[in-house]
Design a binder for this molecule. Structure first.
Ligand code: PLP
Length: 449
């Protein structure tokens, strides 16, 4: 990868999208504006109706934390393309790395041929995971390194995790959790259990999948293992260390530590799905670092390449026993996506992990202060810039998300009745303050309605 000039968070403001990153929220038309209304109406006639479109936003360009629609309205983005634009929209250093790579090599297929980026990214990820082991106190003699399979998405990373677990253990059964979201392809969808609408009419699912209750260790140990499936038949337990789509819920440490012990006792692979919680989102590279628990397999995507389609299934070397040809991907680990990932990791390490910790704490405390006394607010929770606000009903969460949009703040729902705030990790304290104020004003308006 080319040497990129080092820069502070402030220098992110000067990307190709001009002054947009330093703009303030500005809503100058009714929403959606006239251009957006017309373009959306046309697009909807030819797009799959399965897409959600939580509110009618037609984006023209974006920079840093700011998003501009086709009518010139400017929004503050506290959802980051569903927790993906980790380094902010169109970060100049990520864009430069991609530009440089795309002039040299766009594709050759990492399954069949070599190119420098594939190994470089796997080495970087292995070093990061090794550091996780070190800080969790895993003795050097028990660390045998990590190997990585690169994919185009999170769901493909989960598919790869299912396959490596079955292949390595020669066992068929899998345990996941109610509340978990792991993707929408048939294997990962069989694990997903956050909302029934994701599964409706898509069965039958992968056989041998069992669901415990998220955060509740006895639901696995006592209920599943004694009543449904013996642990000696289970290949993997797949869990999000912090629940994403299912509600931005931080489990007690004992839950993840208990799963680790169960897996050790029964020769089961512990898979952490860090597609949403990983790559700096919680203020550490892996959310696992907060709990001091090291899984056998880690799945990454979303923020890994700042929004370029890239995922990773990394496993400790001793589990990577599948032979050549047993798994592959045509475009997984595409060189341009890898260039984006290497630039992303550099930025995370040099400045954005610190920023996430600092501004995440600020945003959470601002939300707690400003939401205090609003009856419908049940809880503000989260780690780093993965912050959830629990309301009393689904209708309230829906209405608050819509009211935020109308005030120029982009947020998404999660769980049954929560809102998630997952801004780009470049957000500064002033923007976090604006977000908290707008969020509170939206809540007050809905509470008074
Ligand atoms: N796993 C988790 C925890 C996720 O949050 C998601 C997506 O939201 C996925 C897997 C699936 O990722 P993708 O949409 O990239 O396939």
């Amino acid at each position: 990868m080319s040497a990129l000039p080092s820069s502070g968070v402030r220098s992110l403001r000067a990307g190709a999208a001009g002054d947009l990153a330093t703009r303030k929220i500005s809503i100058t038309t009714p929403l959606p504006g006239p251009k957006a209304r017309e373009m959306i109406a046309q697009a909807l006639t030819v797009m799959s109706p399965s897409l959600i479109h939580v509110y009618p936003l037609m984006v023209n360009r974006a920079a840093g934390c700011m998003v501009e629609d086709v009518d010139g309205n400017v929004f503050l983005d506290c959802q980051a393309g569903v927790a993906t634009a980790s380094t902010g929209h169109c970060h100049p250093r990520v864009a430069a790395a991609m530009q440089e790579q795309s002039e040299r090599l766009i594709h050759i297929c990492g399954t069949d041929f070599h190119y420098p980026g594939y190994g470089a990214l796997c080495a970087k990820l292995a070093a990061l995971a090794e550091r996780l082991q070190e800080t969790a106190g895993v003795p050097a003699g028990e660390r045998d390194g990590w190997q990585t399979f690169l994919t185009n998405s999170g769901t493909e990373g989960v598919e790869a995790a299912i396959k490596i677990a079955r292949h390595h253990t020669k066992r068929a059964h899998l345990v996941a959790f109610r509340g978990g979201f792991h993707g929408r392809s048939m294997g990962s969808l069989s694990l997903t259990a956050s909302k029934s609408k994701y599964r409706k009419h898509f069965g039958p699912f992968l056989s041998g999948v069992h669901h415990g209750t998220y955060g509740d260790l006895p639901s696995v140990e006592r209920d599943l293992f004694t009543r449904t499936v013996g642990p000696e038949e289970v290949a993997a337990i797949v869990v999000e260390p912090v629940l994403g789509e299912g509600g931005y819920i931080v489990p007690p440490r004992e839950f993840l530590a208990g799963l680790r012990k169960l897996c050790d006792r029964h020769g089961i692979l512990l898979v952490f799905d860090e597609v949403q919680s990983g790559m700096g989102r919680t203020g550490t590279i892996f959310a696992a670092e907060h709990f001091g628990v090291v899984p056998d397999v880690i799945v990454l995507a979303k923020g890994l390449a700042s929004g370029m389609p890239l995922g990773a299934m990394m496993a400790q070397r001793r589990f990577m026993t599948w032979p050549a040809g047993s798994h592959g991907s045509t475009c997984g680990g595409n060189p341009v996506c890898i260039a984006a990932a290497l630039a992303t990791i550099e930025l995370l390490e040099s400045e954005l992990l610190d920023n996430t910790k600092k501004v995440g704490a600020h945003l959470k405390s601002q939300l707690e202060d400003r939401l205090r006394g609003i009856g419908m607010i049940e809880e503000v929770r989260g780690l780093g810039l993965m912050i959830g606000v629990e309301l009393q009903t689904h209708e309230q969460a829906d209405a608050v998300a819509r009211a935020c949009y109308e005030r120029g703040l982009l947020v998404l729902e999660c769980g049954e009745k929560a809102i998630r705030l997952s801004p780009p990790l470049v957000i500064d304290e002033a923007q976090a303050g604006d977000a908290a104020e707008i969020f509170a004003s939206a809540c007050r308006a809905i509470a008074a309605a």
